[in-house]
Design a protein around this ligand. Structure first.
Ligand SMILES: [Zn+2]
Length: 80
């Protein structure tokens, strides 16, 4: 294991102190976050009725080629 120091305010420090294994929790959260970013999902442009299989992390910056609509995640139908 390697060490990386993090800064906590008084409230989060007290909460982290009560956790059984704070380091394991941080590792899990980092891994879940990165796995979610790498996840592939289907996105649907309702205007063009076209579907695109995209990495979730890239979908925010993807434009539907026919209509140039930028995909904003809340406006899209997302299937896993
Ligand atoms: Zn479109």
């Amino acid at each position: 294991m390697k060490h990386k120091m993090i800064s906590l305010d008084d409230v989060t420090y007290e909460r982290a102190k009560r956790m059984n294994n704070f380091s394991a929790w941080v590792r899990d959260r980092i891994n879940i976050l990165l796995e979610e970013e790498e996840a592939v999902a289907w996105f649907h442009c309702e205007r063009c009725n076209l579907g695109y299989q995209l990495k979730v992390s890239k979908a925010k910056h993807f434009c539907c080629p026919p209509c140039r609509e930028t995909f904003h995640l809340p406006a899209m139908i997302r299937e896993s």
